[in-house]
Design a protein around this ligand. Structure first.
Ligand code: NAP
Ligand code: MG
Length: 505
């Protein structure tokens, strides 16, 4: 006989017409009946309808999360049991891998290869934290005299997790996995354009046996629901991934209740090609570095610096291959570059390109909206390479968040490092050289959280991911993330045989 719990958490189809909020272990319509339409960016057509959380729904989610944390048993489960549940989540995701990939593509217009990689990584995040949490523990610290100090890691509490639209499922996994591994309760606020896979992940968490209230998912407007969560007195931590501007606003508002804050923000990452690089490898890696995910990556290597001796060769090869990138059917394994999330973002990208041209830059390829047969109503931009730029231009200073590379020449290592660091951001960076000593020397001087050396990839479960400077603080995807979802309790005890009498009275 089915138990009540199994009935309640029975899975629905991954792909369907309508998705509801996840609050307190149940799928729910929003209290005011709000619904909105999610668009497939590749076609401009409706992907699905979604319940739109209001502040009242967010309040209910906070109450559920608070209750689960204060009175529930998730945080008190033996760590092995939490670990098993995380593995179960990963297992269900694996069994629905193709469906999750399809749903992610439908909601983002990203290419099949990109979606497959991201869904797989989301699965591996849960597996990583299932293991990592078992080894995450306190310490016994040595003390003078007859004293002993034991520290324990306790979950930080109720966490609001606000995420962007560029990697909807992966960002949800980066947030949910370490938090619930640590014993926290979460309220996930997906980005408005892309709630679908985060909602299904919430359902999968319930199906795997995560208790009611531990994982809540409330798509709604950032300025409304997001802001409400940031200001809420019963929320202990805000973990935010998104733009630097909103990150600053969140940090200011969270200060009113001294919430714990972690911020994964924007970037304008440098990509340095030295004269001794394997130029073909640098071309291929640099293409991926900027055009992967249509350039809608926080760690997109969007500023290319090429040594003057190899500049002409690099540019010729880079442009030739940029022109060969395939846009179009996101479900095709041959597509390299998917759609742009929406019309607004398309206009932002085009605005930056136009501003560069007005400032005197030269567009070598791309530079306009892409027109693709069969996808006329979707949002597409041509992979774009711009030269004759300088560090005064908006297109070089600001994150464009689209398939646009700016390229400059440099003369020597010192100038390359100076140019790379001349930015408010400090998230990713890449360098291409066959000289190991140079790679080490330059890496140590780059002001960025991540340095990719002869490598186009930046994110693997277990490797710290996060920024310096205005790219934010806190690291995700790694062991130390667990420290950011826990408090350290320090217990000091006295074990001497004579009573202590500090005032000697
Ligand atoms: P965004 O505009 O900053 O929005 C991010 C999230 O914040 C969304 O869920 C948004 O909700 C919400 N939000 C908006 N205003 C808010 C407010 N006042 N209070 C609380 N929440 C609010 O960023 P995006 O356009 O979605 O994503 C692009 C940005 O994310 C880029 O800057 C990119 O670099 C960054 N990013 C960083 C990383 C990283 O790991 N460092 C990874 C991915 C992306 P709505 O959707 O409803 O507005
Ligand atoms: Mg935005």
């Amino acid at each position: 006989m089915e138990t009540l719990k199994e009935q309640k958490f029975a899975a629905l189809d991954t792909k369907r017409e309508f998705y509801q909020l996840i609050i307190n272990g149940e799928r729910k319509d929003s209290l005011n009946g709000g619904v909105y339409t999610v668009i497939n960016p590749a076609t401009g057509e409706k992907a699905a309808e979604v319940s739109k959380a209001s502040i009242e729904d967010a309040e209910e989610a906070v109450r559920a999360a608070r209750n689960a944390f204060d009175h529930g048993n998730w945080r008190h489960f033996p760590v092995n049991k939490r670990s098993r549940t995380l593995n179960k989540i990963a297992g269900i995701m694996r069994s629905r891998f193709n469906e999750l990939v399809e749903l992610e593509i439908l909601n983002t217009g990203k290419s099949l290869a990109a979606a497959q990689g991201q869904v797989m990584q989301a699965i591996e995040d849960f597996e990583f934290y299932a293991g990592a949490i078992v080894g995450h523990r306190g310490a016994v610290n040595s003390m003078p005299g007859s004293f002993q100090n034991v520290t324990e890691k306790e979950p930080v509490g109720v966490c609001a997790q606000i995420i962007p639209w560029n990697y909807p499922l992966m960002m949800a996994a980066w947030k949910i996995a370490p938090a619930i591994a640590a014993g926290c309760s979460v309220i996930v606020k997906p980005a408005s354009p892309t709630p679908l896979t985060a909602l299904v992940l919430g359902e999968i968490c319930m199906e795997a046996g995560v208790p009611a209230g531990v994982v809540n998912v409330v798509p709604g407007a950032g300025s409304d629901v997001g802001n409400f969560l940031v200001e809420h007195r019963d929320v202990d931590k805000v973990a935010f991934t998104g733009s630097t501007a909103i990150g600053k606003d969140i940090m200011a508002k969270a200060s009113q209740t001294l919430k714990r804050v972690t911020l994964e923000l924007g970037g304008k990452s440098p990509n340095i090609i030295f004269e001794d690089a394997d130029i073909d490898a640098a071309v291929d890696g640099s293409l991926f570095g900027i055009f992967y995910n249509s350039g809608q990556s926080c760690e997109a290597r969007s500023r290319l610096y090429v040594h003057e001796h190899v500049y002409d060769e690099f540019i010729a090869k880079f442009i030739e291959k940029t022109k060969r990138l395939k846009l179009g059917n996101p479900f095709s394994k041959d597509t390299h570059v998917g759609a742009i999330i929406n019309r607004d973002q398309l206009n932002v990208i085009d605005g930056y390109v136009k501003s560069a041209v007005a400032d005197g830059a030269t567009v070598l390829t791309g530079g306009k909206e892409a027109k693709i047969d069969g996808y006329e109503n979707g949002f597409w931009y041509e992979p774009t390479v711009i030269i004759n730029v300088n560090h005064e231009m908006e297109a070089v200073k600001e994150e464009i968040f689209g398939p646009v590379a700016v390229v400059m020449e440099f003369k020597d290592e010192k100038e390359a490092i100076h140019l790379a660091n001349d930015s408010q951001y400090g998230l990713g960076s890449a360098l291409w050289t066959k000289d190991h000593a140079r790679a080490t020397r330059v890496s140590k001087q780059i002001e960025a959280g991540i340095v990719m050396i002869n490598c186009p990839f930046s994110a693997f479960p277990g490797t710290p991911f996060g920024g310096y400077k205005q790219s934010g603080f806190g690291r995700e995807l790694c062991i130390e993330t667990l420290d950011l979802y826990t408090e350290t309790k320090s217990m000091i005890s006295y074990y001497g045989s004579r009573p202590l009498n500090p005032f000697a009275l």
